[in-house]
Design a protein around this ligand. Structure first.
Ligand SMILES: [Zn+2]
Length: 502
């Protein structure tokens, strides 16, 4: 649903909202399953057991297709390669990739329409938003094939944890499925075609958390798929009541997963956490297998390079900038795209036997949980998303020192128009409530902290869990070590209909 659709939705009675959710679920099911999905799934089933050499051969085969397609049908790459006096025959091996420059987010922002393939009818492409690590906002286009491939990756990720399509799953991801002005249960909606119980990320309090847990128990969900902070908040409230809800697994995505979060979630849901990572640019995908030795990099999905500041590859064990080439989105191919995250590689030696390389230390963003005057604990991503429809923002940061006040710091190309400022305030109010004042502050820069980590959401407001109070996530322990980290966009796919709003 687009912006206006979301407003209409919020005015419908609950049963109608359930019908809308399921109708959208059917639409997405038609778009993401079918022959294309089956093909991609068969490939991924087989390829996960290939040797590293075979996987690289597959990547090179796809790379040749992508480069030729880009040269022949994408104005940006035609110009770029002509300027560099390159033809597709010059880029046939992985080792040829450095002949092309790194594509930055700013490059994409400047040339977005030139990056779309002439061969792809616009009608066939899905336009989506990328909010990016540093809070800037971009459009992306996906073709049908990348929709199938991404969905196939999602289900491989889930199969690794023993979950099959059709089994009941609870989600608590990026969209406000329950309007904020709804003051009582149910704090969830049903998406029947995907068998999802969609939990509201905006209504979690000491009083409502047991209702969430009860609803999950009643439906008999086998897994929870959530932002790490959302899963953590539910688990932490259970800890307060000394409750447990045994599940088969918990999937996390889209935010940094801290060690403390993993620990509490695993304890209270009595299962392992499977963390995953992807982004709306659709250039890389990774997830944990059942041995939890790091994230397996899905080599079939994209080619990932880790580079130092001079643009040279870093050795295993050293953190580098993530630059990735998508192998399946022919509608808008991105070659050597700088994702904005850092990570390190840790070889291919996982006891599961798969040779898909292990990625660790994926990090850059640090985000706290937001607290509202009425005591709700809100995942940071919910508010970071308030920016996603506003163009011209280079960087943004949300700062909260008091539950009743939010300051949004913006680095912009030019100050926002008055109606965009109003939109931003309204978007935030829709997530945090009308009692929260929103100040907008234009700044020249927002510096990185620690090892180049970007603090997109800072809250110094303590977290109250029933009778216990703790400091917010990144205050305790001076910024908590970021474990494997995710950007938000994988939820676009995994949410199925939980993303009626994309
Ligand atoms: Zn493994």
């Amino acid at each position: 649903m687009e912006y206006v659709g979301e407003r209409l939705y919020s005015r419908c009675p609950v049963p109608i909202q359930n019908v809308i959710m399921s109708a959208y679920g059917w639409k997405l099911r038609r778009e993401r399953f079918g022959q294309g999905f089956d093909r991609a799934s068969e490939l991924l089933d087989r390829s996960q057991w290939l040797s590293l050499e075979e996987l690289e051969a597959y990547q090179e085969e796809r790379l040749r297709l992508v480069v030729r397609h880009a040269y022949e049908t994408v104005p940006y790459y035609r110009d770029l390669m002509s300027g560099l006096k390159l033809v597709p025959g010059d880029i046939t091996r992985l080792s040829d990739l450095p002949k092309l420059p790194v594509l930055t987010r700013a490059d994409v922002d400047r040339s977005i329409e030139q990056l779309v393939s002439d061969a792809a009818p616009r009608k066939s492409l899905k336009k989506t938003h990328s909010a990016g690590t540093t809070g800037s906002s971009l459009y992306m286009y996906w073709d049908r094939e990348i929709g199938y491939m991404n969905n196939a990756c999602l289900w491989r990720e889930r199969n690794w944890a023993g979950v099959e399509f059709g089994e009941p799953i609870a989600t608590c991801l990026g969209r406000p499925v329950v309007p904020l002005d709804q003051k009582g249960p149910p704090y969830w909606r049903h998406n029947r075609p995907w068998n999802y119980l969609m939990l509201s990320p905006l209504h979690m309090t000491d009083e409502s958390a047991p209702l969430y847990i009860e609803a999950m128990r009643e439906v008999g969900v086998v897994a929870l798929d959530a932002h790490p902070t959302a899963a953590y908040v539910l688990a932490r409230f259970m800890e307060e009541r000394d409750e447990y809800l045994p599940l088969r697994c918990v999937f996390t995505t889209s935010e940094p997963l801290l060690d403390v979060e993993r620990e509490v979630i695993e304890e209270r849901f009595q299962c392992r956490v499977f963390d995953g990572y992807s982004q709306s640019e659709r250039v890389m995908y990774s997830s944990e297998c059942d041995r939890h030795t790091g994230h397996h990099l899905y080599m079939e999905f994209g080619i990932t390079e880790l580079l130092d500041d001079d643009g040279d590859p870093v050795p295993d064990g050293t953190v580098g900038r993530v630059v990735a080439t998508g192998l399946h989105n022919f509608g808008m191919p991105l070659i050597r795209y700088e994702v904005g995250d850092t990570a390190s590689m840790a070889g291919t030696d996982c006891p599961c036997g798969r040779k898909l390389p292990l990625m660790r230390d994926v990090a850059m963003r640090a985000e706290d949980i937001l607290v509202t005057p009425d005591g709700r604990l809100v995942p940071p991503l919910m508010v970071a998303r308030a920016f996603k429809l506003l163009p011209g923002i280079v960087r943004s940061q949300i700062v909260q020192h008091d539950p009743a006040e939010i300051t949004t710091r913006l680095v912009v190309k030019q100050p926002l128009a008055a109606h965009d400022e109003d939109d931003l305030r309204r978007n935030i109010a829709e997530r945090l409530g009308p009692d929260v004042r929103v100040a907008i502050e234009y700044v020249d820069d927002i510096p990185l902290v620690g090892r180049g980590k970007y603090r997109r959401v800072i809250s110094t407001v303590p977290l109250v869990w029933g009778k216990t109070t703790t400091a917010n996530l990144y205050q305790e322990g001076g910024g908590g070590e970021v474990g494997v980290e995710s950007t938000e966009e994988s939820e676009e796919e995994r949410a199925g209909a939980s993303r009626a709003s994309s």
